[in-house]
Design a protein around this ligand. Structure first.
Ligand SMILES: Nc1ncnc2c1ncn2[C@@H]1O[C@H](COP(=O)(O)OP(=O)(O)OP(=O)(O)O)[C@@H](O)[C@H]1O
Length: 217
């Protein structure tokens, strides 16, 4: 089956139990929205899936194959919360580094076309973030993890990013977390909330109030 599957995720930082028994799946064709309060462990969970954090326990399969360090398989790409590409790398070199199957599409995007010879650090903060997100989205990885992709993006650019996510959805499985929860609800096939170290399926905004993510006004 074409699916990223993780269960029994258990992780502590020192004495602090962040994730107790987390379960998450993501099929090709799905956008799974991951919500949770600050500090609920969303970034930690994405890093565990990517393999950059080794938890106390996890059971992770990709397309039915057991995984330890997912990043070594190149089946999963991960956009971290902050900038991750060194400022001096030029856009044209980044396309060579990250993009293979989708090269024609990427070269046609205005943000890449008009900045090919620029180092990524010369772009505005929002455009730099958009370029990083697009490089991850249009990489060959089948599963994509996006940690706060909409932060720093002005509404028009956020819409552009949403369109790319929707465009690629049929070919990839995406797990996205962001505090712009309406954007997440809009593009997600389903929503999972992390709370008290566990995961909850969310069906509507009322569930987000019940589980203490949204205020009960
Ligand atoms: N390297 C670390 N060492 C110790 N504690 C950590 C470490 N990384 C994260 N934590 C703690 O683990 C908890 C979960 O952090 P994490 O970044 O996963 O949360 P998050 O849900 O992504 O939060 P936010 O929405 O604010 O980005 C927080 O209390 C954080 O302080």
């Amino acid at each position: 089956m074409q699916e990223l599957y993780i269960d029994s995720v258990n992780h502590r930082y020192g004495e602090y139990q962040v994730l107790s028994s987390v379960y998450l799946t993501c099929k090709i064709g799905e956008v799974v929205g991951l919500l949770g309060r600050n500090g609920s462990g969303k970034s930690t969970l994405l890093k565990i899936i990517f393999g950059s954090i080794q938890p106390r326990f996890k059971y992770l399969k990709i397309d039915d194959e057991l995984q330890v360090k997912t990043y070594l398989t190149q089946q999963v790409a991960y956009l971290p919360q902050g900038y991750f590409i060194p400022h001096y790398l030029k856009i044209k070199d980044l396309i060579e580094l990250y993009i293979n199957n989708y090269k024609d599409q990427v070269l046609n995007l205005a943000i890449f076309k008009s900045n090919l010879n620029e180092p990524i650090g010369n772009l505005s903060g929002g455009n730099r973030r958009l370029v990083e997100a697009l490089l991850i989205l249009y990489s060959d990885a089948k599963y994509v993890l996006l940690d706060e992709p909409f932060s720093q993006l002005a509404p028009l650019i956020a819409n552009e990013l949403k369109e790319h996510i929707v465009h690629l959805k049929s070919q990839k499985g995406l797990i996205i977390t962001d505090h712009y929860y309406r954007q997440i609800i809009e593009i997600s096939s389903r929503i999972i909330l992390l709370h008290n170290g566990c995961n909850y399926a969310i069906n509507n905004e009322d569930d987000l109030i019940v589980h203490g993510y949204l205020p009960n006004l």
